[in-house]
Design a binder for this molecule. Structure first.
Ligand SMILES: Cc1ncc(COP(=O)(O)O)c(C=O)c1O
Length: 449
């Protein structure tokens, strides 16, 4: 067999043995009985090993914002792999990471001038939390060791992320967490917000929770507050109007750093480079991942305000100022993918496209309001969520059935969380494809009702 045939064989065939791979965030036993496998991808579609084309209504996992296997990105990765396979970033470096850092900082709000690279969203979150602690210590506020997260927040799976996150299911298996963490209440209220397109009117007052926690713990103990501007993984919860602005005011008043976790929001999902830009609110640190390379190569990072960076540029010049980093920070393949992806977003105006499609997408998703068992629908940018009534005694089962039926019978990939269906198509989605997604989801909801 030629190498090409071998490669083809390896990517196309269904493995005989599925047991060894312990699959993340997936019921392994069920999956291995009826696997949902994809073996290639192009544009808006995946292809299964048995040659079915699957419409990708989730951009992979909220990351493939430019669409699949886009030529300029693929070629950039291929070239990088054959030119510089790896370069250490502890004490050494390679030129393109500096270029990417300056591109990213130029698209971030003013003052967010420094980019620290990691590989996953979870690493970006841990890096941001550590930066916040190191900053407070550097400016003589070393008693500030507490973090404030938010209920229904998702910040990845590191111990930092699960501690500030607000998804109980992700924590209860692992009793240990970071100490000194408290949470704001979630901004979602079915009673006050159900079926809102975009930002709800109700809920800005919930930012006052930060004042309450300052009164409880004292500002001198709090390093940072971290929120997703729009909570994604817990079901697309857009921020109430005025909420982020108020959070910014309270954090500034008390010397608390504000971290926006933009792992989902960044790179076009909300029709702008970052949610910070869309909402006109500037945090002190932004975490990013996913869309920066359109999911092609793992790359993540933190964009830090210059005051955070500058606070640490002290001490003997032969010693590192921030004792943190990863072997694969700014890996040449990730950086090449990032540069090519950002260029493609710019060349094709994809953030603008997402902004222009937002009303049509919102109308299409909200048209499912009358489908059986739908209890709420929320949309923002090119993200939408449809809550389904849970089955008696079996939370999550209805949406799980929906996802399986969608993949096996209707050739569409949807994302689920609890009994919520989440939609976040690549930003290249056409108006017709938005219609197809909505029709299929209506069919799916009918099937599982
Ligand atoms: C807001 C947010 N933060 C962090 C993460 C974790 O990213 P990763 O899975 O790359 O570690 C995610 C993943 O969905 C996320 O949505």
């Amino acid at each position: 067999m030629s190498l090409d045939n071998e490669t083809q064989d390896r990517t196309q065939s269904v493995p005989n043995e599925l047991e060894s791979h312990w699959i993340p965030f997936t019921p392994n036993r069920e999956f291995k009985k009826a696997p949902r496998l994809v073996s290639s991808a192009d544009g808006m579609y995946y292809t299964t090993p048995d040659s079915r084309r699957i419409l990708d209504a989730t951009a992979g996992l909220w990351c493939v914002n430019a669409g699949h296997c886009r030529k300029p990105i693929v070629e950039a990765i291929q070239t990088a792999a054959g030119t510089l396979d790896y370069a250490p970033h502890f004490q050494f470096g390679h030129p393109s990471s500096f270029k990417l850092a300056s591109e990213i900082s130029m698209s971030a709000p003013e003052g967010l001038d420094y980019v620290f690279f990691g590989n996953s969203g979870s690493e970006a979150v841990d890096s941001a939390l550590k930066m916040a602690l190191a900053y407070q210590r550097a400016i003589g506020e070393g008693t500030r060791t507490r973090f404030i997260g938010r209920e229904r927040g998702y910040h990845g799976v590191g111990f930092g992320g699960i501690s500030v996150g607000g998804m109980v299911a992700n924590r209860k298996q692992f009793a240990t967490q970071l100490p000194n963490v408290d949470h704001l209440r979630a901004t979602y209220s079915h009673e006050h917000q159900a079926f809102t397109k975009g930002q709800p009117e109700w809920g800005a007052h919930l930012a006052e929770d930060l004042e309450r926690l300052v009164a409880l713990h004292d500002a001198s103990t709090i390093a940072a507050v971290i929120v997703e501007p729009m909570a994604g993984s817990t079901g697309v919860l857009p921020p109430p109007k005025g909420y982020l602005e108020r959070l910014r005011e309270i954090a500034s008043k008390h010397g608390i750093l504000l971290i926006f976790d933009e792992v989902i929001c960044g790179f076009g999902r909300l029709g702008a480079s970052f949610a910070a830009e869309r909402f006109g609110v500037t945090p002190d640190l932004i975490t990013f991942a996913k869309g920066v390379t359109s999911g092609t190569v793992p790359l993540s990072g933190v964009i830090a305000h210059k005051m955070v960076y500058e606070s640490m540029m002290e001490g003997p010049e032969h010693l590192p100022e921030f004792l943190h980093g990863y072997t694969y920070s700014a890996h040449p393949l990730g950086v090449a993918a990032g540069l090519a992806t950002i260029k493609l977003y710019r060349d094709e105006g994809l953030y603008q496209r997402a902004a222009e499609l937002e009303p049509l997408f919102a109308d299409a998703v909200h048209s499912l309001k009358d489908a059986p068992g739908v209890t709420d629908i929320r949309t923002l940018g090119l993200a939408g969520a449809i809550d389904l009534e849970s089955r008696e005694g079996a939370p999550g089962e209805r949406a799980f059935d929906a996802m399986r039926y969608a993949f096996h019978e209707l050739d569409i990939m949807i994302r689920i969380t609890g009994d919520t269906i989440a939609l976040s198509p690549p930003l290249i989605v056409s108006e017709d494809e938005i219609g197809v997604i909505t029709d299929k989801v209506r069919n799916i909801i009918g099937k599982v009702s």
